[in-house]
Ligand binder design. Sequence first.
Ligand code: AMP
Ligand code: ZN
Length: 136
Amino acid sequence: MEDCIFCKIIDGKIPSAKVYEDDNVVSFLDIMPANKGHCLVVPKKHYETLLDIPDGDLANLIKATKKITKALSLSIGNGSFNIIMNNGKIAGQLVSHAHIHIIPRFKGDRLRLTWSHKKYIDQEMKSVQEKIKKFV
Ligand code: AMP
Ligand code: ZN
């Protein structure tokens, strides 16, 4: 993908602070971190969202995510972290090359990853449940 910033990082065309690389996956520090140590884990092949990633590559991606999270926890972190994946523009995906965020958490870091709670009315919850189940 010519205009993809992560493809350029993977191809070595632009620099990044890499922390891990194997045949399928690369991980580097997010340039605008939510906390220091915030890493991105990226499949080397250009897929846009989670749903585009074949199961084999997804397994490699999540295994690498666990490995890097462990390293973060043993180095600058403490075992508390958020794993986040934004999929699609409306969900806040700015770079359309699928990636997983690992954000180490520190006591008092004042990072807000909360949302307001909505409510189901009447039979809505049941109806939503049934709709989803039909496609699983
Ligand atoms: P998302 O909103 O999930 O697409 O997140 C994209 C992330 O990529 C953001 O947190 C950016 O700070 C990060 N980012 C964008 N360009 C670079 C870059 N050249 N090197 C490292 N991280 C980047
Ligand atoms: Zn790409």
